[in-house]
Design a protein around this ligand. Sequence first.
Ligand code: SAM
Length: 190
Amino acid sequence: RSKYLTNVTDLTKLINKDIIKEGCVVIDATVGNGYDTQYLAEKVGNTGKVYGFDIQKEAIENTKKRLEKEKLFNNVTLILDGHENMDKYINEKVDSIFFNLGYLPKLDHNIKTKADTTIAALKKSLDLLKKNGILSICIYLGHDGGVEEKEAIEDLLFNLEQKNFDVLKCSFKNQKNNPPQLILVEKKVD
Ligand code: SAM
């Protein structure tokens, strides 16, 4: 069989495999190249819905083309705006939300997620999740501001009330050079 514990983005999909089903409503908070958006669109099918956010026009346009080519665009709403504004566009509860933080390697490395907007978006995400909905956040530490962003995220999520949320953190402990980290949150209340 192929390798199982590959990286945190694959681990995110593994955890969400049985949670995201046909008909689910999900959010890709950082569209980028659209790999996750495509994965989510395939999983939720024609009866489901994907909302995708990115602040880079090129990311949104490239992803739109990718989805149209795969005939997946009809269940995806791509939004050229920051994820911190997600509540302006989404008026329904959702099953799963993906954040893949940092910058897009192929585009401008200076355009990246930042602690204050990430925190604003995470607070709105916690509100938008359904009961038993899952929030998955891949965090990168190698860039300027990465550690500050991680600390702000942990400060918010590690202090959530246990009666309302379960919070899990995974990271590869024997990898060198600041490997990415994954935080998962399950909402326990409506
Ligand atoms: N998930 C993507 C994929 O499958 O290719 C990769 C995402 S990349 C690591 C991070 C993305 O977050 C970049 O495309 C960047 O433009 C975007 N971004 C930065 N700040 C943002 C914000 N406030 N709201 C939404 N997207 C943002």
